[in-house]
Design a protein around this ligand. Structure first.
Ligand SMILES: NC(=O)c1ccc[n+]([C@@H]2O[C@H](COP(=O)([O-])OP(=O)(O)OC[C@H]3O[C@@H](n4cnc5c(N)ncnc54)[C@H](O)[C@@H]3O)[C@@H](O)[C@H]2O)c1
Length: 260
């Protein structure tokens, strides 16, 4: 129960990594506001967690609209009295050829993954400063923030920028007792993966050949890192992004020996 008496907000929480993090925060004792642009999925997710006995609430918000982020943070304060943990998790990925990327594609991805997270940090930070007892803000990055994969260029660019949101915010907000940290998962078995990154068998084999752990990650394994970072166990960590990736990044381009 290391998050007892904390209030957490999670964006993109209707499914996947966001839902797993919301569940883990609740299991660790937090009251959680789950938010998503998908109202129907959100209702199902909140009903599921409430049915498990957790203190949760739903708020529909599109993180690409700055006013909606502000309304979400205000809702958490009105519903549960504070905001102690903000997880900017909502994100999308477009898989496309580098030369076909349009202005609209670029803007769509940046508006959600980068601008949405930046204003999520800012809105949460203002509320936390007003409360006067610090807080933790977590940004959901990716190994793609550090790898130049041109088939998901807009995604990689947005996540690279997001690491700088984490870094600059950590320095700006440290005097207020607010820690800002990131999580950069490797390949995690979610809907996003099935629709974007893992569209055929060859791609799957390629991803696993570069994953020393030899398997995809589970959303709950990302949530475990989020729980640690949100808790006082990580009280001296700020500005960094941790990578639960089954060894993918450290392997880099050193390919394993082929099987004999
Ligand atoms: N799955 C992976 O392998 C992986 C790896 C690294 C990082 N990530 C990151 O983790 C986060 C969650 O990914 P996931 O795999 O669970 O994806 P997902 O597609 O399963 O879930 C994303 C959720 O975000 C919501 N969302 C999309 N646009 C939104 C918007 N404008 N406002 C509010 N909510 C919105 C969706 O409705 C959905 O419920 C993303 O930021 C993603 O980039 C995922």
């Amino acid at each position: 129960m290391r998050l007892k008496n904390r209030v957490a907000v999670v964006t993109g929480a209707a499914r996947g990594i966001g839902l797993a993090c919301a569940r883990r925060f609740a299991e660790d004792g937090a009251r959680v506001v789950l938010s998503d642009v998908n109202a129907e999925g959100l209702d199902e997710a909140v009903a599921q967690l409430a049915g498990e006995g957790h203190d949760v609430a739903a708020f529909v918000a599109d993180v690409s609209v700055v006013e909606e982020i502000q309304k979400l943070v205000d809702f958490a304060g009105a519903k549960f009295g504070s905001i102690d943990i903000m997880l900017n998790n909502a994100g999308i990925a477009l898989t496309q050829d580098f030369l076909t990327i349009t202005e609209a594609d670029f803007d769509t991805v940046m508006a959600i993954n980068l601008r949405g997270a930046f204003f999520g940090v800012q809105a949460a930070a203002k509320a936390m400063i007003a409360q006067g007892r610090g807080g933790v803000i977590i940004n959901m990055s990716s190994i793609n923030s550090r790898m130049a994969n041109p088939s998901v260029a807009t995604y990689a660019i947005s996540k690279g920028g997001l690491n700088q949101v984490t870094g600059t915010a950590a320095v700006a907000l440290a005097p207020h007792g607010i820690r800002v940290v990131g999580i950069g998962p490797g390949t995690i078995a979610t809907e996003m993966l099935k629709m974007g990154f893992l569209t055929n068998e060859a791609q799957g084999k390629m991803i696993l050949s570069r994953t020393p752990a030899g398997r995809l990650g589970e959303a709950s394994e990302v949530a475990a890192v989020a729980s640690f970072l949100a808790s006082d166990d990580a009280s001296y960590m700020t500005g960094q992004t941790l990578y639960p990736d089954g060894g993918r990044m450290i392997l880099n381009y050193v390919m394993p020996e082929p099987e004999q």
